[in-house]
Design a protein around this ligand. Sequence first.
Ligand code: C5P
Length: 396
Amino acid sequence: MTDLAGKRIVVGVCGGIAAYKAVEVCRRLVDAGAHVVPVMTKGAEHFIGRTTLSALCSEPVQMSLWDEESPIPHTKLGQGADLVLVAPATARLLGAYANGLSTDLLTNVLIATRAPVVVCPAMHTEMWEHPAVQHNISTLRSRGVHIVDPEDGRLAGGDSGKGRLASPEAIVAAVRAELGPKDLAGTHVVVTAGGTREPIDAVRVIANRSSGKQGYAVAAEAARRGACVTLVSTVDLPAPHGARVVAVETAAQMQDALERLWDSTDVLVMAAAVADFRPVACADGKIKKDGGVPNVVLEPTPDILCALGAKKRPGQTVVGFAAETSDLVANAQSKLARKNLDMIVANDVSQPGVGFQHDTNAVTFLRPGQALESVALTDKRAIARELIDRVVSARS
Ligand code: C5P
């Protein structure tokens, strides 16, 4: 496959034991037709030789701001790139990049480029889990940097845990995804995320365990693929790059926000866990416990998705979620029909690692008149890609 032909990719290699895997990544990118420009940090030279990368990439390795006659190679490299990839990225690199510090050629390139950036961290588990590193990761993510999370596995020095560089396949797939089609350009995608909170009194709410992570991943993926994205959210996570967030708390507020957006909505992905019941009335102030156990009377909330599905226009695509603990397919099938949906994403939240609060999910996609398609337990971002692929194919 030479699908990356004509793409100029700057590959930054930092000083970590995983630097040897960058060699394989560069080889695969060259094989796919890309013009690969290697940049090494000083630390990387402790792990691999310049000659190795120079020999298999499209140009000799560059390491310094001061090697050339022209004193500005970083702007040339950054401006000319279709994509900048860093594999492996060390904690130092993440910290410098997140804070805008240009301490060497690679950080200069990263700060000077407007091209998409894919960063693949690799380090010991203790370093990866350090709050400073995690803070830098979420800063970079919120700026639209594509982070390819490290995997669990063997690390240098006989240790084992999370921090091992992602596989060359996963890294090249992330590059392909970034350079892939903007197949939602010109489309307004509205995504809901999180669980609604329905007030009982001034301090108490009826809530659920939804973290909003799946909805945020869908919003980020839609934005990456060129959509104009509005995220109607009940949770306070960093906004995905390119998405506008409308903060809501209750089912009624979510419904109100979606009704306002409806005329301009091309795709609705209803990932939120909307409460099915709410207190009929919210008590003024805090209900005092010395008054005895209160009698909280509940009423059903409006089914937002059902109401919007019923008035769907041609050209609008509506996707729902079905979080189930039994009869997954039968329940999802009936919701698909009843709510007039183009797709429902069913997950069995009783399974380990699936659904609420996890970073992972396992789902079955159901579409009218089509065979079921299941995706085994994987990262919520991978589920988001699968979901958006199907939305695009349903609209074409
Ligand atoms: O019927 P059930 O609640 O299982 O359907 C789940 C789907 O319906 C989800 O996409 C959820 O966001 C949506 N929903 C809704 N309004 C409700 C309850 C659920 O839009 N009151």
